[in-house]
Write a protein that binds this ligand. Sequence first.
Ligand SMILES: [Zn+2]
Length: 332
Amino acid sequence: MHLEGSIPVEALFALVKKHDRLDEAPTIEHVRKRYEFDDFSHFLEVYKWTVSFLKTADDYEFVAYEVAKTLVAQNVLFAEIMVGLGNSVAIGKHDPVEIVRAAWRGFKAAEVQHGIKIRIQIATGRDHGAEFSLARLKDIEPLLNEVDICAFNMGGSEHVHPLPQFKAVFKRAHDMGLRVSVHAGEVSGPQDIYDALDLNPQRIGHGIRAALDPTLMDELKQRDIALEVCPVSNECTGAVNRLADHPLPRLLAAGVPLTLSSDDPAMFHTSVTREYEVAHEVLGVPTRKLIKVAREGFKRGFMDETLRTELLAKFDSEARKWCDTRRITYPE
Ligand SMILES: [Zn+2]
């Protein structure tokens, strides 16, 4: 999930007041209304508006903690949260090192108080170009021993900026020892996902257009690369016309490895819990299959093996109890 798209309305309204911008959103209801948008470009506009309230390191620390609390409330054990160095750095002229450090303080505070484990993904956008991303990777390099940065990620306008121009960026991320996920095939066709595969990612964000190409689905399976699927986001941005037409069931049937994620939950009025509900209630994915998808989340998570074993055991024990009370055989 993206930090900037996950800020609860209450927290954003606190920042509206703090920065004396009540003329733009006099009440919390106005903030809530802002989180409604008509299409993808309107969404990007709202996104930038939200980021404009992140003016100081303290603001980043505050929202990081508030976002973590929304996950704790859902019994989430582990999350990877993207800290965007695209809009924030470009608009506010923030120091990337300060942003990442501040977000990390917020996540750490949540871990100390609630036990949740959070890792940071550094994210940039295609729109800012390759040089910009290379510069941001250089900026954060000194932080690698200090902050648990688990991966590099890139989002942005995939139909305008094809991935091959970012090869050097992803090579640099790999050379720095970072794992890699990249948004691809969310709105553009399968070629964008083939291009993503050339960058040797461990996972691909969205990647739902793979469902149009059986050879590609096979390749994802063979190369064991998981898609991070976010159904509600896809409906909100118009990447799919209707939630009911979402390709999640087709991807699962083809055996493509995947996880369920919430992307920008505050803006899309969703949560990771809601994504599972939608998968079950709207898309008809059976409970046992969804338990397997949840387990994939831990298996594919960018964490060390000790933590993975610990969290999977915790998840299995809770999920098994849940299944027992419903007379569902726990999937092995
Ligand atoms: Zn995303």
